[in-house]
Ligand binder design. Sequence first.
Ligand code: FAD
Length: 483
Amino acid sequence: DKSLVWFRRDLRAFDHAALYHALKQSRSVYCAFIFDTEILDALPRRDRRVEFILAALAELGRDLERLGGSLIVRHAAAAQEIPKLASELGVDAVFVNHDYEPQAIARDTAVASALKEAGRRLLAFKDQAIFEKDEVLSQSARPFSVFTPYKNAWLRKLHEGGDFFVKPYPVDAYADRLASPGRRATGLPSLAALGFEPTNLNALGMPTGASGGAKLLEDFLPRIGRYHETRDFPAVKGPSYLSTHLRFGTVSIRTLARRALEAMHLPGSSGAATWLSELIWRDFYFMILHHHPRVATQAFKPEYDRIRWEDGEAARELFAAWCEARTGYPLVDAAMAQLNQTGYMHNRLRMVTASFLTKDLGLDWRWGEAYFALHLNDFELSSNNGGWQWAASSGCDAQPYFRIFNPVTQSEKFDPEGKFIRRYLPQLARLPNKAIHAPWLAKPAQLEAAGIALGRDYALPVMQHDEARQRTLARYAVVKKVQ
Ligand code: FAD
């Protein structure tokens, strides 16, 4: 009769599976978001994501009010607060969208059993993926562990369904069932009330909320056809920059997949197919995490846990140099500066910096994974873990054994004119293109002309790639022995 929709990482009032099903099955529907102290308490006091969520909630609240409803916002431990709120409101069921992260699953299980004790139900729906869990399986009905066959099966299933899997949920059709604001509707807490300090999110000009997500999509669609050519060059506006919106559900994955499919029918559409492929990677990693939650702490390929990473004081110093953008390898440092200053890092650079941490510095991929988790606005356990394990070669990868990126040739190839490097390492701006990828090889006269003293204005390289490469080959030999 009465129900509650608990918003988590789906902060929009349209094309929303849980909201749609709640409205369809109930007479009266409340909406709530809990700032979960279990999550927030572990974060640094400056976190762009908390501000991103606040902005998204302000818009979600307004959108729900326009539809005749309201948003209840609380700051508490969600696992206790949701059952409490459900009983205050006297609802029969709580509706949510699936979350595939181990901690979220544990929380939802606890909430479901607390609700059950009080005679209520937790109903959960697929929303953030096109296909989830067991929906795409191999011919022998097993989960895939390699991307390309998964992708082919994914596309087959999508096409068999016509537009079924990308159709929006028509929330508006039942909007009159939203419970009207009443006295429970409270304003949003301030950032300070949540215990956080402001960041540079506004200064970055990052579009927030559902309107921000829509704006980024409209900005990207005219570029989608060229995505396959532009996506690898960090100085070029190639990708969509939608990842944070996907993370918090201020865009709908069905809308994105539908728009990509539409673009694929237009002439010059190669880019659209490549972009759809990236959305499929996202589903793939959700699926991997669902079937193998152990990857959150262990190598997907268990033999890679035999690798002995560098440890001790020297290793911690190297890690600090990586985090603080002072490895002496300009592309790596520019990438880390981008992450530290904006919370975003270009995909090519995520691969380069992750490869550098594991294969050049010999550090455990989990260190880098944890640093990204703390600093990425779009942090997603499944994709971040998948990306890191890919870089460490311990993940789902069809490549035999492993590859080692050369940080200098990556730089020459993907930032040939050093445009990206100059943007984030202005102290190197006056170096000629040829010297900017490896300043320690520059002629003294070049450095002098550019006003750079290595070791003073910019770091000397923390190691030599060729030597590191040899150490890595030796380090990884323990894997080969058991293969
Ligand atoms: P676009 O190029 O426009 O791609 C569109 C969307 O497709 C992205 O928003 C994302 O949802 C999805 N996507 C793209 N590439 C991948 C990929 N390789 N794996 C899974 N999904 C993908 N992505 C995250 O969303 N969160 C993370 O925490 C994250 N950590 C990463 C860590 C490493 C080491 C690596 C190598 C990759 C990681 N990625 C992560 C994937 C990818 O780098 C980002 O999704 C992408 O850079 C986001 O920018 P965009 O939205 O402009 O991407």
